[in-house]
Ligand binder design. Structure first.
Ligand SMILES: Nc1ncnc2c1ncn2[C@@H]1O[C@H](COP(=O)(O)OP(=O)(O)OP(=O)(O)O)[C@@H](O)[C@H]1O
Ligand SMILES: [Mg+2]
Length: 138
């Protein structure tokens, strides 16, 4: 499915629909260039799940944890990972198989650790404010 967010404020409706249609899926992979809008869209998804605390890029911490209304969310950014062993060492697999939401930026950095099933979200810059969002299920 390909959607267009014409402006930033379109993300909240798209996020609510994605959560509503995700079924039992809790693992979401976000692909797209730097600045494509991965963290920004994850912020909208967290808001849709009832997160009240600030959602920021976990680039330095690798993982942030948030509490939604009925869900716990782990937000990863693997951009700075040097190798996949670092992800193993931080317990990434425990998070992935915990049954909680996992929103993963830069999954390309952990190709051998990806869960078998996930929702894939790819973002592409169309212009300053608009993004093409491609959503698929693997
Ligand atoms: N429709 C839109 N959707 C998403 N982001 C948008 C949109 N319009 C403008 N933006 C802006 O684009 C920027 C996206 O930055 P963001 O940090 O979310 O990118 P990222 O993909 O997470 O990058 P990185 O790979 O560095 O983590 C933000 O400044 C955001 O405000
Ligand atoms: Mg980001």
């Amino acid at each position: 499915m390909i959607l267009t967010a014409k402006k930033l404020s379109d993300l909240s409706d798209i996020a609510s629909q994605l959560i509503a249609n995700a079924g039992d899926n809790r693992i979401f992979l976000f692909r797209g260039d730097m600045g494509a809008g991965k963290t920004t869209f994850i912020k909208s998804l967290c808001e849709a799940l009832g997160v009240k605390e600030p959602v920021t890029s976990p680039t330095f911490a690798i993982v942030n944890e948030y509490q939604g209304t009925n869900a716990r969310i782990y937000h990863f950014d693997f951009y700075r990972l040097k190798n996949q062993t670092e992800a193993l060492d931080m317990g990434a697999e425990e998070y992935f198989y915990s049954g909680n939401y996992c929103f993963i930026e830069w999954p390309e950095k952990i190709p051998d650790m990806l869960p078998l099933h996930y929702i894939s979200v790819s973002l592409k810059v169309l212009n300053d404010d608009s993004r093409e969002i491609t959503i698929g299920k693997i």
